[in-house]
Write a protein that binds this ligand. Structure first.
Ligand code: GLY
Ligand code: MN
Ligand code: MN
Length: 439
């Protein structure tokens, strides 16, 4: 158990999960559910494995990072069982069962590779998790269409235990961002900036919840820029860093854009930052996330107009989809054990989908916000050569000042991303709170 989370908080979390899964078992007429963490996978024709992330549906049950080959068995009215792998392996460090109060709420079973730990499972047992290669040593389970969607829907609303984990992940992420900013101002390369982030957020690259995005100058215009150049740049203009940390799987997903000097680009950055904070304040229960995305498009059009990038009115820009040229992604997504958490397009437990429209094709969240959902709010404004070329080719009378755009292109772009707990009145901005705490 981590130091700031009491066992009572964890027990409440377990009670919520137990209720959700018992309800699912009743709904589908099941006697048991097995959740599998997953197994390690290998690079092609190699003996090294990919970094391992446990299946989030299994990870959700435990207050520490779950390793591979671990199973959870849920039976109605019984304590959950954790099946822990024991390996005869002198090549790798053993994975001991984590000590702590959490154990009092579990039945623990150790299993070697060939143990048939599942022999007494009832006939109507369903499986949730990745399909494993060791099929002959796994329980026979019944197919249960709809079970995954049924349990995924509720994952959007986070328990206090989950919120606390995300608060800690935000704090570590924010520490990393401040160190990254210092490395940028000192003229560091993208690699050096990333290493500064990792060090301050206390993680290896393999432990990051997603590969950190560290883009200097024009690279800030690549939404998921993956490379880490080693060239130092004492004259770098912009740093866009999108990177987070994770606490037993629960992630933060933070983006900041830093600049060196006050100029027209920094004025644009300040206005986008103000707009982002306003959007965060609007993330209250009952708000349709699609409407917040639409509000963002209006906000981007207003910025383009006010900063003399586009001469058209807000209405004219919206009609011609000019804001989407500069803000081509969605406003945000559910956040949890997965960065783009499950169920963002799901509007009920039955799995009915509400897909994004052509207006906002990349919107990952189309639900109406509910109290204690955790979401990201991440508007951006980028100068992406490909999209600007397309605009010039395809949108007649676009009204954009191409000389001004050329002036901004060397800065790449801006994204500001916060993680917010939706509340009925005043949303809880985890990211701003984390930066406030360490400044
Ligand atoms: N870091 C990926 C995202 O913000 O969605
Ligand atoms: Mn995000
Ligand atoms: Mn992000």
């Amino acid at each position: 158990m981590n130091p700031t989370s009491t066992n009572a908080t964890y027990q409440n979390h377990l009670a919520v999960l137990t209720h959700r899964y018992e309800d699912a078992m009743t709904h589908f007429g099941l006697d048991a559910i097995v959740l599998a963490s997953g197994e390690k996978t290998y690079y092609f024709q190699d003996d090294h494995t990919h970094p391992f992330h446990a299946y989030s549906g299994a990870q959700q049950w435990l207050p520490f990072s779950l390793g591979a080959d671990t199973f959870i068995v849920l039976r109605s009215g019984q304590k959950p069982t954790l099946v822990w792998p024991i390996r005869d392996d002198f090549w790798h460090a053993p994975n001991p069962v984590t000590n702590g109060d959490w154990q009092s709420d579990w039945q623990l079973v150790s299993a070697r590779k060939n143990d048939f730990w599942f022999q007494d499972l009832p006939a109507r047992t369903a499986w949730l998790g990745p399909t494993l290669t060791q099929g002959d040593r796994l329980p026979a389970t019944v197919p249960c269409e709809g079970l995954k969607a049924y349990v995924d829907f509720d994952k959007a609303v986070k328990t206090e235990f989950e919120q606390q984990a995300m608060r800690r992940a935000s704090l570590r992420g924010a520490k990393g961002h401040l160190a990254a900013k210092e490395a940028f101002l000192a003229g560091g390369s993208e690699l050096e900036i990333h290493l500064a982030f990792l060090n301050a957020s206390q993680q290896t690259a393999a432990q990051e919840p997603y590969p950190g995005i560290v883009g200097l100058n024009e690279h800030a215009a690549v939404l998921h820029y993956e490379h880490k150049s080693i060239g130092k740049s004492l004259t770098s203009r912009t740093l866009l860093i999108d990177a987070g940390a994770s606490e037993h799987g629960y992630a933060s997903d933070i983006t900041r854009t830093f600049v060196r000097q006050d100029d027209e680009f920094s004025a644009l950055l300040n206005d986008l930052d103000a707009m982002e904070q306003s959007l965060c304040r609007h993330a209250t229960s009952g708000v349709a996330f699609r409407d917040l995305h639409q509000e963002t498009l209006v906000g981007i059009a207003t910025l383009l107009h006010n900063h003399k990038i586009c001469a058209l009115s807000v209405e004219e820009q919206l009609a011609k989809r000019i804001p989407q040229v500069f803000f081509p992604h969605g406003l945000g997504h559910l956040l949890g054990l997965q960065i783009h958490d499950v169920g963002g397009h799901q509007i009920d437990k039955a799995g009915t989908l509400s897909p994004p429209t052509e207006e906002a094709p990349f919107l990952r969240l189309t639900r109406t916000l509910e109290e204690n959902m955790v979401i990201t709010i991440e508007p951006g404004l980028y100068f992406i050569p490909m999209l600007i070329d397309k605009m010039q080719a395809n949108i007649a009378k676009h009204g954009c000042d191409m000389a001004k755009i050329q002036q901004f292109m060397p800065y790449g772009g801006i994204r500001i991303e916060d993680n917010v707990i939706v509340k009925n009145q005043q949303p809880d901005n985890l990211t701003r709170a984390a930066f406030d705490e360490i400044r």
